[in-house]
Design a binder for this molecule. Structure first.
Ligand SMILES: O=P(O)(O)OC[C@H]1O[C@H](O[C@H]2O[C@H](CO)[C@@H](O)[C@H](O)[C@H]2O)[C@H](O)[C@@H](O)[C@@H]1O
Length: 402
C-alpha cells in the first residue's frame, strides 16, 4: 500500500467513525492521530500529507477540501470545561497556564510578537467585512507594540487588515506575507530604514524594482509617501489575480451566500454562509476555473478556499523576512512569539520549530494537528496573554531600574 493510500484509508476510517455519530466531525484529526498512534505511524506527516493531497487539482480533491474545511472550523464546539485534560492539551498546554515558563525561556532575549488577525485578534464572524477588533484588543496591541516589535500577519490585504487594526506603529504582512510594510509612524520608520540599510550594506543588493522569481537574493524596499514597503514578491501576479477575481465573482454569483474576497495578491472564496449542500458544486466551480491557471494554487482555511500564486512564499517566510529586517537573522538573542489559529499559520510555527527559537501558540478550542507548542482558546485569551506580557515587561523593567 502506498503512503497516499494509507493516508486515505486512515482519513476514511476517521471520517466513518465520526459519521457514525459516535464523535463530532471536529474530532477527525484527533481520531486520525489516535489511529496513527495505534498503527505506529508518523501521525503528523500522514495527516498533513492527506490535506496536501487535496490541494492539487482534479478528481476527489473537492471532497477532501470540504472535509478539511469542516474539520478546521466546526459549527458546534463541545465545551471543554470541567473535563479531564486530553493528551492534546498535555502536548499543547495553555500559554496562560504556563506563562511563567514562557517568559523564563525568553529571559535576556528580545521578544518579537507576530499576530494573525482573523480568529486570533478578532472572533470569527459570518461576514468577513465585519470582523472588527474590540477597543480593548486595540489598546492591548498599542501596549504590546510599545514594548516589543509587533507584526500582524494575515491572509487579508494590508489595506483591509489595517482598516480593522488602525495602528501605524505595527508591521503588516498582508496577503499571507506577500505584501510586507513597515510602521508608518516616524520613529519606527527611521528604525526600519536604518535596519534595512545596514543589511543591504552587509549582505544584500538593494533594488527599486521587484523581480519576484529571485526572492532569495533581493530585498524590494521602496517608500510610498511615508510608508516603507518592504517586500512584494508576487507583484507580477496582480493582473492574473484580478482576472481570476472577476471570473470567480461571475461564476459564483448564483450561489446564495458565496463571497469572493480580493486580498490583492490572493483571493478568498467564502463558504461560511453557503448551504452545506452547495459546498461541493461551489468547490468544483472554483477548481474548474483554477484548471486554467497553473501558476495559481488552492489552499483551505476556515470555511474558505484561498487562491494564491505558486511562489514559495508563506507566513513562515514572512516571519523569517521580518526577523531578518529587524536585525535578528542569525541571532540567538531573539524570542519570537507567533500566535495564529489557521492552517496557514502552521508555516510560521514550523519555522520557529526549525529555528529552535521562540514559541508558536495555536488559537483553538478543539484538538488540531499543529506545530505550535502552546494553545489559547480564543481571541479573549489571546488578549489576556498579551496583557500579561505587557505587565511582565513593565514590572521587570521597573525592577531593573531599582
Ligand atoms: O490570516 P488571517 O488573518 O486569519 O486571514 C485568513 C482569512 O480570514 C478571513 O476569513 C475568516 O474570517 C472571516 C471573518 O471572521 C470568516 O467569515 C471566514 O469564514 C474565515 O475564513 C478573511 O475574510 C479571509 O480573506 C482570510 O484569508
Amino acid at each position: 500500500m502506498t503512503n497516499r493510500n494509507v493516508n486515505k484509508t486512515i482519513l476514511e476510517l476517521a471520517m466513518s467513525i465520526s459519521n457514525s455519530g459516535a464523535l463530532p466531525r471536529a474530532a477527525v484529526p484527533g481520531i486520525m492521530a489516535l489511529l496513527c498512534g495505534v498503527l505506529g505511524l508518523p501521525q503528523k506527516k500522514l495527516f498533513l500529507k492527506t490535506l496536501e493531497d487535496g490541494s492539487g487539482k482534479g478528481g476527489t480533491k473537492v471532497n477532501t477540501w470540504i472535509d478539511s474545511m469542516r474539520a478546521s472550523s466546526p459549527t458546534r464546539v463541545k465545551s471543554t470545561q470541567n473535563q479531564d485534560p486530553s493528551p492534546w492539551t498535555l502536548y499543547h498546554p495553555s500559554a496562560l497556564n504556563l506563562f511563567d515558563q514562557i517568559v523564563c525561556e525568553s529571559k535576556g532575549k528580545q521578544i518579537v510578537t507576530f499576530l494573525d488577525y482573523d480568529g486570533t485578534l478578532s472572533p470569527i464572524v459570518a461576514d468577513p467585512d465585519k470582523a472588527y477588533m474590540s477597543q480593548k484588543m486595540r489598546a492591548t496591541l498599542k501596549d504590546i507594540a510599545r514594548h516589543f516589535p509587533t507584526a500582524i500577519v494575515s491572509g487579508r490585504c494590508i489595506d483591509k487588515v489595517y482598516s480593522f487594526v488602525r495602528l501605524a506603529e505595527l508591521y503588516y504582512a498582508g496577503s499571507h506575507g506577500m505584501d510586507i510594510k513597515g510602521p508608518t509612524n516616524r520613529r519606527s520608520t527611521k528604525k526600519v530604514r536604518k535596519s534595512f540599510h545596514n543589511q543591504i550594506n552587509e549582505t544584500k543588493i538593494f533594488i527599486m524594482v521587484s523581480f519576484p522569481l529571485i526572492i532569495d537574493s533581493y530585498f524590494f524596499v521602496f517608500f510610498q509617501g511615508n510608508e516603507a514597503v518592504l517586500f512584494q514578491p508576487a507583484s507580477e501576479f496582480l493582473p492574473m489575480i484580478n482576472e481570476v477575481y472577476n471570473i470567480l465573482v461571475d461564476k459564483t454569483k448564483s450561489v446564495p451566500g458565496a463571497k469572493v474576497e480580493n486580498n490583492k495578491f490572493c483571493l478568498s472564496v467564502h463558504f461560511r454562509c453557503v448551504d452545506e449542500k452547495s459546498w461541493a458544486p461551489l468547490a468544483e466551480q472554483v477548481s474548474l476555473v483554477l484548471d486554467h491557471y497553473p501558476k495559481l494554487k488552492l489552499t483551505q482555511g476556515r470555511k474558505v478556499l484561498e487562491i494564491r500564486p505558486t511562489i514559495k512564499w508563506d507566513k513562515g517566510k514572512a516571519l523569517e523576512f521580518l526577523l531578518e529586517s529587524l536585525g535578528y537573522a542569525n541571532s540567538d538573542n531573539v524570542f519570537p512569539i507567533y500566535i495564529g489559529d489557521d492552517r496557514t499559520d502552521e508555516d510560521a510555527f514550523k519555522v520557529l520549530r526549525k529555528r529552535g527559537q521562540g514559541i508558536g501558540i495555536l488559537v483553538s478550542k478543539i484538538p488540531k494537528e499543529t506545530d505550535a507548542s502552546y494553545t489559547l482558546q480564543d481571541p479573549t485569551e489571546v488578549g489576556q496573554f498579551l496583557r500579561h506580557l505587557v505587565e511582565w515587561k513593565r514590572t521587570s523593567t521597573q525592577y531593573h531600574k531599582l
